[in-house]
Ligand binder design. Structure first.
Ligand code: ZN
Length: 287
């Protein structure tokens, strides 16, 4: 499942390739995604320009020329492919798919621009498209989500006020999108390792120093992952077909039984299931 860094990498690629381009035609082969694509969707997009591609949390936001928006969420298995008009069905330049060839099945939506088309592929169909009429509705659409780790709202005050009462584990809270947006399973393990906090620790037991560490490391881990092109787990690729590199930097994720990477730490990386998700941590330096 793509997390925030992978969606950001797709956003950067898309923005580079499709901004300021006009939609000539939309072909919908299957409306039954997580939310059914409305009947007027194709006509709505037609003749509108894509001004730019933005992102909030794991949502891609196509800003349209009439100041409305088209949201795209990739769900569990959604991928975006750009197909050059002249190289039809030969090579797709885009995101996280194991093959550079456009897959034959599950191409549910095609958005055709002047010189290329965007093909949305999604075998499990948990992704979706949604039209948002204006900026106010866009704000409301995301109102239930907490700030991203990069947001100034993700501050010491914000964290401390919430942490003092909570008896949940810190791993569980970091995955709660109402609290903070965009931290998924991989990055939560990595963040807590850098903070030297045991993922099972109850939130109210954390000290101010821990709060600060969580803020700093959340930003750093996600920014570093974006810089490295995301993590190529299950063949994530960016829009130029390049694999991400961040998986090489994993300190704990999928390293069960291996030695801790901290200098002089004799710990072994353990795996434990917390809130139905695999969590990886060092049994020695994470307290
Ligand atoms: Zn360790």
């Amino acid at each position: 499942m793509p997390e925030l860094p992978e969606v950001e990498v797709v956003r950067q690629s898309l923005d580079k390739n499709i901004k300021q381009k006009k939609v000539n035609k939309v072909i919908i082969r299957n409306r039954n995604l997580r939310f059914k694509i409305p009947l007027g969707f194709a006509n709505y997009l037609k003749n509108k320009k894509i001004i730019k591609v933005d992102r909030f949390s794991k949502y891609l936001i196509l800003m349209l020329s009439n100041k409305s928006y088209c949201l795209l969420h990739l769900g569990m298995s959604g991928t975006v492919h750009l197909v050059d008009k002249n190289k039809k069905n030969t090579k797709t330049n885009t995101s996280f798919y194991s093959s550079p060839i456009l897959p034959k099945k599950h191409n549910h939506v095609e958005i055709i621009l002047q010189d290329l088309k965007i093909v949305y592929n999604d075998p499990r169909r948990f992704g979706f498209f949604q039209i948002i009429e204006n900026s106010l509705s866009l704000k409301k659409r995301f109102a239930h989500l907490g700030p991203e780790p990069f947001d100034a709202k993700f501050s010491l005050n914000y964290i401390s006020s919430l942490f003092n009462k909570k008896k949940r584990s810190i791993k569980n809270l970091l995955l709660d999108q109402n609290f903070v947006s965009g931290i998924g399973n991989i990055y939560a393990s990595e963040i807590l390792f850098l903070c030297k906090i045991n993922p099972n620790k109850k939130v109210y037991l954390l000290k101010k120093k821990d709060h600060l560490n969580i803020i700093v490391n959340s930003k750093n881990v996600l920014l570093n992952a974006i810089k490295k092109g995301g993590s190529s787990i299950r063949d994530f690729k960016n829009a130029s077909g390049k694999k991400g590199d961040f998986q090489r930097e994993f300190k704990v994720y999928e390293r069960e039984g291996l030695n801790c990477k901290i200098h002089k730490c004799k710990g072994i990386i353990k795996r434990k299931v917390i809130s139905n998700r695999s969590t990886f941590f060092c049994n020695t330096c994470q307290k």
